[in-house]
Design a protein around this ligand. Structure first.
Ligand SMILES: NC(=O)c1ccc[n+]([C@@H]2O[C@H](COP(=O)([O-])OP(=O)(O)OC[C@H]3O[C@@H](n4cnc5c(N)ncnc54)[C@H](OP(=O)(O)O)[C@@H]3O)[C@@H](O)[C@H]2O)c1
Length: 285
């Protein structure tokens, strides 16, 4: 009899322990889920701020993904090869309910349309055009220009952000923050050419044209309440800069992205069309 009683108590104790454990798990998950709304009481109840990022598997795009997740946002992280996006997979283990990984080569307009249909009715607060290529220095030497490489640079850096803005416009319109952002470069500034010298014809012109497209969009979408902006990370130590000599001063990716997120936060309908350096100052066109 005493043995039976002991068994019953042990069973009850186990049951209570399991219930308490499940309850703790529920609250942990719940607090993770609502942290974004907690941070901003002006958002509708249950609303989670969302960003869609291109080229999110490495470099600046990956860091954007990390930092927006840390801020409590939902991230739709897109990249060309989801199968080999190890760092994104690791992040997904940490944020299973807020990180979505999807396949997107930004030069593939059909795929952009497929994704826009897939995410129809999902508000996107910050549409973040980050994917970009330099085109390779050896392809951009006067007298030996590689025009196929130039086409690829334009398709990636210039045309894709416009196509993506067009395809995901309803998602941005129906969101709370309503921002279309492109990662540009101070190399896109025509003014800077006379200070820095002639180089990188393809890359520079692709970013200048990107700037022009985004300012056009800013003008057109202002009345619809959508803010458009351009941000510059500064020379940052990603694969993008891997060809440079070791002594060349490069910024930490974490710092570059922290600065750009602060600048994205500062872009509103009042300063739409802004072209912001990492330190928050306007870059001259
Ligand atoms: N790093 C700098 O110093 C610096 C300075 C100024 C501006 N920026 C700009 O910052 C952005 C990010 O550069 P980063 O430094 O992070 O360069 P990165 O390390 O070379 O990464 C580039 C990213 O873009 C992706 N990408 C390239 N072509 C793509 C395509 N067709 N479709 C989808 N994704 C594509 C790459 O994907 P894969 O892995 O599939 O190749 C990768 O995720 C670029 O727009 C760049 O122009 C960088």
């Amino acid at each position: 009899m005493i043995n039976m009683l002991k068994l019953q108590i042990t069973y009850k104790q186990r049951l209570i322990t399991i219930c308490l454990f499940l309850l703790a798990l529920f609250f942990l998950n719940f607090s993770n889920h609502i942290s974004a709304e907690d941070a901003d009481p002006s958002l509708p109840e249950g609303y989670v701020l969302t960003t869609l990022i291109t080229g999110a598997n490495r470099g600046i795009g990956l860091e954007f993904t990390k930092q927006y997740l840390e801020k409590g946002w939902r991230v739709i992280a897109t990249c060309r090869k989801t199968g080999t996006a190890e760092d994104l997979r690791l992040l997904q283990k940490e944020y299973p309910d807020r990180l979505i990984i999807d396949r997107l080569d930004v030069r593939n307009h059909k795929r952009i349309d497929v994704l826009a249909r897939k995410y129809k009715n999902v508000p996107i607060d910050v549409l973040l055009n980050n994917a970009g290529i330099s085109g390779g220095t050896s392809n951009q030497i006067f007298g030996r220009f590689n025009y196929d490489a130039y086409n690829t640079v334009l398709e990636t850096n210039t045309i894709a952000p416009l196509k993506i803005a067009e395809a995901f416009y309803p998602n941005v319109r129906d969101s709370q923050q309503k921002k279309i952002i492109a990662v540009s470069s101070s190399e896109g500034s025509i003014d800077n050419v006379f200070k820095r010298g002639g180089r990188l014809f393809f890359y520079r012109s692709s970013k200048s044209a990107l700037n022009m497209l985004m300012v056009n969009l800013a003008y057109m979408l202002k009345d619809r309440g959508i803010a458009v902006g351009l941000v510059n990370p500064g020379a940052t130590g990603t694969d993008f800069m891997s060809g440079l000599p070791a002594f060349f001063p490069l910024r930490k990716t974490e710092d570059a992205v922290e600065d750009m997120i602060r600048n994205i936060d500062s872009i509103t309908i009042e300063n739409t069309g802004a072209y912001l350096n990492y330190n928050g100052k306007t870059i001259s066109w």
